[in-house]
Structures are given as structure tokens and as C-alpha cells.
Design a protein around this ligand. Structure first.
Ligand code: HEM
Length: 544
């Protein structure tokens, strides 16, 4: 395992291409006009400026001046595409000036140059995009979603699920999973899984076990830190292992042993496969898609890794099914609940999806939080006092975190300034008015949460790291749709409760165990494809 560097990359096709802007914030406008792409009817979108609630009028008649005020797609500002090359050339190294790795900065400058809504057209192999930087417009689009919102999905996984392994994923209409799945199939699957995964106690039941994994992680750090008490250069890889171990527990009801060594085992195969998946997915997604023309070597490795993840998750599901049948009143787990509620096939596919998107999101969020805390001894001290006050030396129990508002605020603050997923997207299912422009059906709309989260327009003193802003809302103002690290609505993160449990517990354990310091050059963040500190995170861990 030591040799298998778990450089996990997030795979959710959630966002990667930042955007840009529009001009005028119509957020405060009381009425916009939407044309329905399918029926051609015009309906009114009424917005309550106080609460941002929206109601669609059933009368399909708009005053002429409102219709006239909606501008066409052609007028949306944005960088001009070149003939044939579109805007793709802008991402060519040394020539184009845009970089995928620093798309955070690209987005900031697009907003500055063009405003709150920016068109990015002519990206080879991709639909046109609209980058939205206006939180009230984000709110309006989210609140107007239909019953099966379409998040732009990862083409390579889409191909794997719906073409290569169609026999498995397509055999039953409602059994393809949620990642890279849309429409009725997504809706049927999501309904089955959310009932179990988002239920009140689903995550809380893992408090003890997730706590044990966190203890094992702390123990390992004590062992592997160097003579200066600093974490090794591949610290992020260690955090990935912790994340995989925690998720194995939740999704497969199994201790995989990632924090120990297990050469040649099935566990090791799973770890290696997840590792390979993340190594390949960024390349396949962000670079020229040759795999669409022929199976490249990288694509073959990617498919083999997915096959392994699928077969190992299936074998764990079969085991859980047997245990469930042998002992129907035995101890409960998410896997067993899913098997009982929705059957073994749904449980296996759900576990696969969780592995694809639940590991590097959580690990990068934790690495980023630890790094930010290590820069702020005062914040750590305040956290330490809060945690010690609640726990009084005993292990963490379900419900304890609810008595730790400062802990929650610190995590929200890190995800506001450094959201691991810098933007979230939706593919429009009908023509929609956004920022006063008629945006055609099929456009990929990307909500720019990194830019909005760091904007003084939406957060008082946005550039200051200030967890208190989440606790003293009368002093610090913020727009509720500017920072949405887990997305929103019917398609929001399915693993949010588990991610929060894991993050809360590991941060608690780290703050209880160590004073964390950082004595090197400040780390810049980059998109990789998660938004994460770039460079070795060498934390000095001083025992408390
Ligand atoms: C800090 C950790 C995490 C972050 C920031 C995060 C963020 C997100 C975001 C932004 C989305 C898209 C939501 C939307 O479209 O509105 C998403 C979707 C999803 N996440 Fe997470 N996630 C995290 C951890 C996890 C974990 C641990 C799991 C699994 C246990 C998970 C499972 C999923 C799934 C299955 C979806 C797709 C939902 C759907 O399309 O119906 N996530 N996540």
C-alpha cells in the first residue's frame, strides 16, 4: 500500500470550467420573463426580494415591455470565439492565457471583465456554457428546477455506464445510479437511495466507527511525522487513505485496512482501482477526448479500474445480503438498509457511485481545513476549548457536534473561501431567462461559487477568514445562495451527512491531539480537479 499512491481525483462532473459574468444584477427585479423552449409559451417569474421565493404565474401573458427587456443569447457578454477554434484555444498552454488548473483566477477575471453572467461558447466537444456570478439568479434557477435536474455529466463515465456496461447498468431502468445518469432513471434511483442515505440517523449510526478510523489516522500521523514533527510531503495521500477507509465503512460496512498494509488482498485491489480511476479521470475529462475515437491505453486502464470497483463492491453487497438474510434483526448499516429497502443491485450501484465521488471531495476538504487551521493558532485555541468543553475527555457521541457551533462555522468558512468543488452546474431543460438574457435549452449553466463566496457583494469582508460570520448573522451579512458547497435542491450531494460526520470527527480528533503549525512558503490553491492547496502540506504536529 505504501507504494500505491492514492492520488484521488474527484470525478463528479460537477464543475471544472469556471466562467464569467453577466452585467447587471437583475436579482432584485420583481419580474422576469421566461419563455418555455418546448411550448413557446411565456410565463412570469415572480420573485420576492425579501425571501427570494419564486412563484410561476399560470397566466402565460407578459407585458410587452417585459418581453422587450429580455435580451437574446447572442448579446450575452463573453470572450469571442475564433472561427473553427472557438474558445478552446484559450486553454492551450502558453498561447491561450487560460489554464484549467487556475480556472479560479480565470473566473475571477471573467467576472471583472464581463459582469455577472458570461457566455463561453465554442468549446470543442462541449455544449455552450453560461457562467453565473449572481447569487440571486443562482437562487432563482435552483428554485425553478424541474423534478429531474440535469447536472452536466462526465462523458467517460457516461460511456462506461450506458454503453460499455449497459448490460449491468441498463438492465433495469431504475438501476443505473445517480452519477452520469439523468431523467427518469436518475429520479427513480435517487428516490430509493435518498430515503435511506439522507434519513436522520443514517450518518449518526457511524459515529463510533468513524471515530475509530480517525483515531487510527492520528496514531499513524504520530508514527510517520519526521524528526521535526512534520507530516510527510505526501500528506494529502494519507488523508485520501483515511477518507477511503471511512467511506469503506459507510458504503460497504467494511474496514478496508487502508491505514495499514495489505499487499495483494481484495482490499488492495480496490484501493489500487480507486487510485487508478482518479489518476485517469482528470486526463480523460480535461484533455482531448481521443478515447471517443479508439480505446486509448489510459481509457483501458480506466475501464479496468471501474470493473474492479464494481466487482468488489458487488461482492461486499452479496456478503451484506447474506448477513441480512441470516440475521434480520442484527446490527444495522447503510448497506443493509439499502439492501432491505431497494435490493442488492441498487445497493451495489449506490456503493460504486459513493466511491466515485465521496473520497477525494472529503479528503481535499479535510486537508484544506487542516492547512487553514495550522495558519491560525487563535482559531485552533478557540476550537480546542469548545471541543474539550463538550467532550470532557470522553469519545465523541452522536449529537455532540450540534453543541459545537464554532467547529461547524470553521468548516463552513473554509468551504466558503476554498470550496473543493468551485462551481456547480445544470444543463437547462428549457429556455430560461437568466440575468435578463434568454438562455437556450441545452446550455450548461455553471454557478460560480468560488467567485461568489469570495465576493464582498455577498459576504461582509469576504477576504477575511472569519468563522464568526456564520454565528453572528446580524453583524455579518451573507447571501444564502452564494456559498453552496454541497449543491442545492433535488440533486444536492447525496453523501452530505456522511461527509459532514467524517469531517467533523477528524477535525475534532486532530485539534484535540495536536497544536498544528505551518512553517513553509504559503500554499496557493489550484484546481486538480478539486480545489486544493498546491504543494506538500507539511504540518507541524505538536502533541497536546
Ligand atoms: C466535502 C465533501 C463533499 C462535497 C464538498 C461534495 C459536494 C457535492 C456537490 C457540489 C454535488 C453536486 C450537487 C448538486 O448538483 O446540486 C455532489 C453530489 C453528490 N455527492 Fe457529494 N460532496 C462531498 C462528499 C460526498 C460523499 C462523502 C459522498 C458519498 C458518501 C457523496 C456523494 C455524492 C453523490 C452520490 C452525488 C450525486 C447526487 C445526484 O446527482 O443525485 N459526496 N456532492
Amino acid at each position: 500500500m505504501a507504494s500505491s499512491r492514492v492520488t484521488m481525483r474527484h470525478s463528479l462532473n460537477i464543475v471544472r470550467w469556471p466562467l464569467r459574468v453577466c452585467k447587471r444584477r437583475l436579482a432584485s427585479q420583481q419580474r422576469a420573463v421566461a419563455t418555455d423552449g418546448e411550448t413557446g409559451k411565456i410565463s412570469h417569474l415572480q420573485i420576492c426580494p425579501a425571501k427570494g421565493h419564486r412563484a410561476r404565474s399560470t397566466q402565460a401573458v407578459a407585458p410587452l415591455e417585459s418581453i422587450a427587456s429580455v435580451k437574446p443569447w447572442e448579446e450575452v457578454p463573453g470572450p469571442r470565439p475564433l472561427p473553427l477554434l472557438g474558445n478552446t484555444w484559450r486553454f492551450i498552454p502558453y498561447i491561450g492565457g487560460y489554464s484549467v488548473e487556475h480556472v479560479d483566477k480565470v473566473c475571477l477575471s471573467l467576472r471583472q471583465e464581463y459582469g455577472d453572467c458570461v457566455k463561453m461558447e465554442g468549446l470543442l466537444g462541449r455544449p455552450d456554457m453560461l457562467f453565473v456570478f449572481d447569487a440571486s439568479e443562482v437562487e432563482r434557477v435552483f428554485r425553478g428546477e424541474d423534478s429531474a435536474p440535469h447536472r452536466p455529466s462526465m462523458p467517460s463515465l457516461n460511456y462506461y455506464k450506458h454503453t460499455l456496461r449497459k448490460d449491468f447498468f441498463g438492465a433495469e431502468k431504475d438501476c443505473a445510479g445517480v452519477i452520469a445518469v439523468h431523467g427518469d432513471s436518475w429520479s427513480a434511483f435517487r428516490t430509493k437511495v435518498s430515503r435511506v442515505a439522507l434519513s436522520a440517523g443514517a450518518a449518526a449510526q457511524y459515529t463510533d466507527q468513524v471515530g475509530e478510523v480517525a483515531d487510527a489516522f492520528v496514531k499513524r500521523l504520530r508514527k510517520i511525522r519526521n524528526e521535526r514533527k512534520e507530516t510527510p510531503d505526501d500528506f494529502l495521500n494519507e488523508v485520501h487513505k483515511w477518507s477511503l477507509e471511512s467511506l469503506g465503512l459507510i458504503a460497504l460496512d467494511t474496514r478496508l485496512g487502508c491505514l495499514e498494509q495489505h499487499e495483494g488482498s481484495e482490499t488492495q485491489q480496490l484501493i489500487d482501482a480507486v487510485n487508478t480511476f482518479f489518476l485517469c479521470v482528470g486526463e480523460l475529462e480535461l484533455k482531448a477526448p481521443w478515447w471517443r475515437l479508439y480505446p486509448t491505453a489510459m481509457f483501458k486502464r480506466y475501464v479496468a479500474a471501474l470493473d474492479t470497483i464494481l466487482s468488489v463492491t458487488q461482492s461486499h453487497v452479496s456478503r451484506a445480503l447474506k448477513e441480512c438474510q441470516a440475521n434480520p434483526n442484527g446490527s444495522k448499516s447503510l448497506l443493509q438498509d439499502l439492501v432491505s429497502a431497494a435490493g442488492p443491485r441498487v445497493a451495489a450501484v449506490a456503493a460504486l457511485d459513493m466511491f466515485l465521488v465521496g473520497i477525494d471531495t472529503t479528503s481535499n476538504a479535510v486537508a484544506s481545513t487542516l492547512y487553514q487551521l495550522s495558519l491560525r493558532p487563535d482559531v485552533q485555541e478557540k476550537l480546542y476549548k469548545e471541543i474539550s468543553g463538550v467532550l470532557q475527555g470522553r469519545p465523541i457521541r452522536p449529537g455532540d457536534v450540534n453543541k459545537m457551533p464554532y467547529l461547524k462555522a470553521c468548516i463552513k468558512e473554509v468551504l466558503r473561501m476554498y470550496p473543493v468543488v468551485i462551481g456547480n452546474g445544470r444543463q437547462l431543460s428549457k429556455d430560461t431567462v437568466i440575468c435578463g438574457y434568454n438562455i437556450p435549452k441545452g446550455t450548461q449553466v455553471i454557478f460560480q461559487h468560488y467567485v461568489m463566496g469570495n465576493s464582498d457583494d455577498y459576504f461582509t469582508n469576504a477576504s477575511q477568514f472569519c468563522p464568526e460570520r456564520w454565528l453572528q448573522r446580524s453583524i455579518y451579512k451573507h447571501h444564502p445562495f452564494a456559498s453552496l458547497p454541497f449543491g442545492f435542491g433535488k440533486r444536492m450531494c447525496l453523501g452530505r451527512r456522511f461527509a459532514e460526520l467524517e469531517i467533523n470527527i477528524i477535525i475534532c480528533k486532530m485539534v484535540q491531539s495536536f497544536q498544528m503549525e505551518y512553517h513553509h512558503e504559503p500554499l496557493e490553491y489550484h484546481v486538480h480537479p478539486m480545489y486544493t492547496p498546491n504543494g506538500p502540506i507539511r504540518l507541524k504536529l505538536i502533541d497536546r
